[in-house]
Design a protein around this ligand. Sequence first.
Ligand code: NAD
Length: 306
Amino acid sequence: MVAKIIDGKSLAERFEEDIKREVRELKERHKVVPLLTAIQVGENPSSAMYVKNQRKSCEEVGIDYQLHQLPETTSEEELLKFIEKLNRDDKVSGIILEMPLPSHMNARGAQMAITPTKDVEGMNPSNMGMLVYGSPRLAPCTALAAMELLKSTGVDIKGKEVTVVGHSEIVGKPITLFLLSSVMESATPTVCHIATRDLASHTRNAEILIVAVGKAGLIKGDMIKEGAIVIDVGINRVPVRDETGNPVLDNEGKPKMKTVGDVVFEEAVDKASYITPVPGGVGSLTVIMLLRNTLTAYKWQMEKRE
Ligand code: NAD
């Protein structure tokens, strides 16, 4: 069997068009557009890249984007006050806290300070709680992206054996809750993690396998059930190697790097029925889910003001 590739990019384009249209309609009807605000504390190259992508994606759909850069020396109390100010600001539709925060700050506490209606990353306990109840309004973007890719196959998940590898708050756990979210259409999830004793026995049993770990090469072809749907959430940077296994160097003599998932794609593609590529899978859709959440947050706030 050769798997069909689930094309995250084209799905992202479709969602992007829908968001663009809705934003345009809001602008025409109410003369406003949603505003996504990001808070970055101190300098960090990885969050700088996220900020750049967020700004570009917002521009593409017409959502306003504003970055607040606070100095590394900001105290936790000052950050919480700043978040509170944005919570009260009617112009602000969504708030993102760029990670990592400096080590003197409690990231979870800061995330919890974002009011639920502006929590576009879906990390506030009250939004997580709504996910437990099966009716989330704002949920973590990566989990939403993984679920949309799964849904795009058109395969009925009801009752299906699904193995989720990884149980983080931001990816694995919310995905598991989504899989259970409807009484009528629930799948049968098994959740594996670092302490799981025989990972392969669980992955081989999966009709749907969702992997969110962050370890290149973790899931090999022989760990996948014939005909399974494979959603690879992992993002890993690894050196490019030549046929003899030696790293390929760039013009400056540094090893060339590439992005891969947690699944050995070349092996998995011969076993699975559907598979997401990395890059071009979950990652392509995650930022779009952030934009969709911003729109949802905007509408939620409007309802509350009516
Ligand atoms: P995390 O480090 O918070 O969690 C990793 C999870 O993997 C934990 O549950 C841990 O128990 C489990 N784990 C670790 N080693 C394992 C092993 N050998 N066997 C089974 N389970 C193991 O990571 P995260 O934030 O959930 O991210 C997971 C991956 O998803 C990373 O590669 C990250 O870069 C990627 N990610 C992608 C997107 C996207 O947009 N595509 C977004 C967020 C995260």
